[in-house]
Design a binder for this molecule. Structure first.
Ligand SMILES: N[C@@H](CCC(=O)N[C@@H](CS)C(=O)NCC(=O)O)C(=O)O
Length: 217
């Protein structure tokens, strides 16, 4: 199986991270977003949305990080995507939670406008107002994650590590770009620390950490 990805990208990290932990031997093809390689004709043909990640499994082309994670977990017969119906539905629910509300406000509302001029509002005043709103919304989502989804459990779906931790870990850690203060959210901090300690996090986040250093100096 071949994974087209940019190791620093938020949606690629969870896939490479999970594949490493699950022992899946993927043929990794680096598509550098910084160098615009996602706009190359060959890649556009693979994914007309010109986004990473893309998985190619014996002629079957799959986009969307969440769908790729689920596909890979089934290939690896991984307990991170349980087969029992309710447990699986819970993982789906939490992945959707991260992918829609949380990421919309934290990623597209707060972090990306700082990195990507094309995502900014037309004037600095409008951007300041939008960022303020996104910061409040992000704090609210993190509060829900901290109190209701994680609480005193080790992982976002309870006792066991799941795909939702891989996806959510990437989205939440993206907030490091804006030096987000996680101190009001101790369960979120504990959860991130656990993922760092018990999975192949450092390896999967090496390119992202390099990008962080480059952005923040
Ligand atoms: N909905 C897609 C979004 C993928 C996505 O946003 N990828 C970004 C990197 S994090 C990308 O390729 N951006 C390049 C672009 O949109 O031009 C998924 O979840 O996989």
């Amino acid at each position: 199986m071949r994974l087209y990805y940019d190791p620093a990208s938020t949606t690629s990290r969870p896939v490479a991270h999970f594949a490493a932990d699950a022992g899946l031997d993927l043929d990794l093809v680096n598509v550098s977003l910084t160098h615009g390689e996602h706009h190359a004709a060959a890649f556009r043909q693979l994914n007309p949305s010109t986004q990473v990640p893309v998985l190619e499994d014996d002629g079957f082309v799959l986009t969307e990080a969440s769908a790729i994670l689920k596909h890979l977990a089934d290939v690896a017969d991984s307990p991170a995507y349980p087969k029992e119906r309710r447990a699986r539905s819970r993982v789906n629910e939490r992945m959707d939670w991260f992918n829609t509300g949380f990421y919309r406000d934290s990623g597209y509302g707060l972090v990306y406008p700082m990195l990507l001029p094309e995502l900014r509002q037309p004037t600095p005043e409008l951007q300041a107002a939008a960022s303020h709103k996104a910061r409040l919304a992000t704090a609210r989502w993190l509060d829900i994650l901290d109190r209701n989804l994680i609480g005193d459990q080790p992982y976002v779906c309870g006792e066991a590590l799941s795909l939702a931790d891989y996806l959510g870990g990437s989205y939440v850690s993206l907030l490091q770009v804006v030096d987000y203060d996680f101190s009001p959210h101790p369960n979120v901090r504990r959860w991130l620390e656990r993922l760092r300690r018990t999975t192949r996090w450092e390896e999967a986040y090496a390119a992202f950490n390099g990008m962080l250093t480059a952005v923040k100096g």
